[in-house]
Design a protein around this ligand. Structure first.
Ligand SMILES: C[S@@+](CC[C@H](N)C(=O)[O-])C[C@H]1O[C@@H](n2cnc3c(N)ncnc32)[C@H](O)[C@@H]1O
Length: 271
């Protein structure tokens, strides 16, 4: 048997957005080098929603190749390591062991690192945090380790829910992970809502977001492409949030605040 490799120009996280199609094609595994994912498949597939250079290689231990491509990532005080590198804590104050195989959220993607950095700019001590689109659970777990008093995570993908629960156990944290979208959080309100989604999903959920925030509560939203930033900002502003946009290389991070009944000393959106 030989193995086919599709050399893409995308990160593993970006490739994972097409996981269903790749699994249907019998994907054997993914390896990443210099931010570019190689996808291992049992055959050449012309109908994949991904492009790149195809190569036929001798059979190999693709699982080991995939593992070799995942390195720890550090964002501020938070370091994320895969299970096979557990113990490689570096100097970080918070280390999370995240199994990246089954869902989006290895910690490497620009949208995830933006959210991790934004969470660390807030004082989460004792706060209630909602993670919408939790994937591997990476942001929810980071919030819990950064001092949040209560964290609820939701995801519409049952595989992500199972992966996030597993990563909670792996890190000795019991995560409240619920299958569904924002409605799965019930009628509770939160001090912080973090939502790393895509532009269309965020715009679709915008009207429902303020009701999930306490007065003065903060929204961290990611997954918005720089080109579609205006669309997302307008939708969140129309929903009544004050919004600040922080464009990155490819993705814009949005920070929103629900107006407080009693205005805070500074009405500035945290940046
Ligand atoms: C880009 S990933 C983010 C994963 C992780 N939070 C991170 O920051 O790396 C988006 C996740 O949102 C989930 N998702 C997509 N639409 C959703 C929706 N309407 N409500 C909740 N989750 C959704 C997907 O299944 C996926 O796991």
């Amino acid at each position: 048997m030989t193995t086919w490799v599709l050399h893409t120009e995308l990160s593993t996280d970006a490739v994972n957005l097409h996981l269903a199609a790749l699994e249907a094609a019998g994907m054997l595994g993914i390896a990443e080098e210099s931010g570019q994912a190689r996808i291992y498949l049992p055959r050449h597939c012309a109908d994949l929603p991904l492009t790149g250079r195809w190569e036929q290689v001798a059979d190999l231990d693709w699982n080991e190749a995939w593992k070799a491509g995942i390195e720890p990532v550090t964002v501020g005080a938070v370091r994320i390591v895969p299970p096979w590198l557990a113990g490689d804590e570096g100097a970080a104050a918070v280390t999370l062991v995240i199994e990246p195989a089954q869902a989006f959220g290895t910690g490497h993607h620009e949208t995830t690192t933006g959210c991790l950095a934004a969470l660390q700019r807030l004082d989460l001590s004792g706060r209630r945090v909602l993670d919408v689109g939790t994937g591997t659970g990476v942001l929810a777990l980071a919030a819990a380790r950064l001092g949040a008093g209560e964290v609820v995570a939701v995801d519409t993908d049952p595989v992500a829910v199972a992966t996030a629960l597993g990563n909670g156990e792996r890190n000795g944290l019991h995560l409240d992970v619920r299958h569904g979208s924002i409605e799965a959080a019930g009628a509770q309100t939160f001090d912080v809502v973090v939502a790393n989604l895509d532009t269309a999903t965020l715009v679709g959920l915008a009207a429902a977001l303020p009701a999930r925030l306490h007065d003065g509560g903060v929204l961290i939203a990611a997954g918005v492409s720089v080109q579609r930033q205006g669309e997302a900002v307008s939708a969140l502003q129309a929903a009544g949030l004050a919004v600040g946009a922080h464009p990155g290389r490819e993705w814009t991070l949005l920070m929103g605040r629900r107006a407080s009944a009693t205005p805070p000393a500074s009405a500035e959106v945290p940046g």
